[in-house]
Design a protein around this ligand. Structure first.
Ligand code: X90
Length: 276
C-alpha cells in the first residue's frame, strides 16, 4: 500500500526532508500581509514585519482544501496535528479526512491529535516512518503510534509570551509570569494539550538546567530528543550538551522553528520533544 505522511506546519518540517510527505501550512497574519508557513517563507522577514507592526497580528489554521491537497492521491494517509486545545487545525484535518473517505471509500486516513506541537510532532512522524519501514499494517501503525505519543512529551522555554497572550492561547496565570521582564518561562504541554507553566527562570543557563531536571522528573532515560528554536541555536546546543553529560549516546537533533512556532515561541524561544 502506498502510504503518505502529512502534518501541519507547526512540526517545522520541510516537504523535501521526508519521502512521501506533505505539509498543510498555517498562516501568520501581520496587518495586510499573510505569511503562509511553507517552504518559501522567510522566517526572519516575518519576525521583522511583526516587530515593526503596530496593530494586531494573528494566526490561522489550514483550511480543509489545504489538507486535501496534502493528502493528494494517496491510498492511505497518516497524519499528525498541533494540539486541538489551542488550534482549529485538527478539526479541519478531521473534516478533510471525512470528505476524502466519502469520495474514496477504499482509501484510509488516520489523523493523530498530538496535544502538543513542534518537535513532539516530529517524533510522532518518525514513529510512523519506522513502522512503515518495517512493513506493518495500517491499523497496527495507527495503534502503535497513538500509544507511542502517550510516552512523548514537550517542554519549552520562552522569553516572551506576548503573542500567546494576545491571541488568547494561555491562561491568566501564565500571562502574569510573562509580565516579568527578562524572565524566562519554562513550561510543558499538559495532558489536555494546553500550555502549563513550570517555573520562571532568571537567565537562560538556569532555564536549561531546569529543562533537564523536568525531563528527568518526567522519566527521560536517554531516548530520542528533538529541539527546535527561534533564532537561538546556542541555547539548543547548550541543552544538548547538558543532556549528553548524562546520556552520551542519546539521539538528539536540532532544527529551526518555521513560521507558526516562531510566531508563538518568539525570538529566543525553544521547544524540546522527547521520549520517556
Ligand atoms: O490555529 C491557529 O491559529 C494556531 C494556534 C496555535 C497556538 C499555540 C502555538 C504554540 C506554539 C509555543 C510554545 C509551546 C506551547 C505548547 C502548548 C501545547 C509554540
Amino acid at each position: 500500500m502506498n502510504i503518505k505522511l502529512v502534518a501541519d506546519s507547526s512540526a517545522n518540517l520541510n516537504e523535501c526532508e521526508k519521502r512521501n510527505f506533505s505539509v498543510a501550512p498555517l498562516s501568520v497574519v501581520v496587518g495586510e500581509r499573510a505569511f503562509r508557513d511553507d517552504a518559501q517563507l522567510d522566517v526572519s522577514d516575518m519576525l521583522h514585519a511583526m516587530k515593526h507592526h503596530k496593530g494586531k497580528t494573528s494566526t490561522a489554521c489550514p483550511g480543509v482544501q489545504d489538507w486535501l491537497s496534502a493528502f493528494g492521491e494517496a491510498e492511505a494517509v497518516l497524519g499528525v496535528t498541533i494540539t486541538s486545545a489551542l488550534s482549529g487545525t485538527y478539526n479541519t484535518a478531521a473534516m478533510a479526512a471525512r470528505e476524502y473517505g466519502e469520495a474514496h471509500p477504499d482509501r484510509k486516513v488516520f489523523i493523530l491529535d498530538s496535544l502538543s506541537t513542534g518537535p513532539e510532532m516530529e517524533l510522532i512522524l518518525e514513529k510512523y516512518q519506522e513502522c512503515m519501514d518495517r512493513g506493518e499494517e495500517f491499523e497496527t501503525i495507527c495503534k502503535k503510534t497513538q500509544r507511542y505519543a502517550d510516552r512523548t512529551q514537550l517542554l519549552f522555554s520562552l522569553e516572551s509570551l506576548s503573542n500567546l497572550v494576545k491571541n488568547g492561547r494561555v491562561s491568566p496565570a501564565a500571562a502574569v509570569a510573562a509580565g516579568l521582564l527578562g524572565i524566562r518561562l519554562v513550561g510543558r504541554a499538559g495532558k489536555e494539550g494546553t500550555l502549563e507553566p513550570l517555573c520562571k527562570c532568571r537567565g537562560e543557563k538556569r532555564a536549561i538546567r531546569r529543562l533537564l531536571e523536568a525531563m528527568l522528573e518526567s522519566g527521560y532515560q536517554g531516548g530520542k530528543v528533538r529541539i527546535s528554536h527561534t533564532d537561538n541555536e546556542p541555547a539548543a546546543h547548550a541543552l544538548e550538551e547538558e543532556i549528553r553529560q548524562r546520556f552520551p549516546d542519546s539521539d538528539i537533533a536540532i532544527r529551526s522553528n518555521t513560521g507558526l512556532c516562531s510566531y508563538y515561541a518568539e525570538r529566543g524561544g525553544f521547544l524540546v520533544g522527547y521520549e520517556t
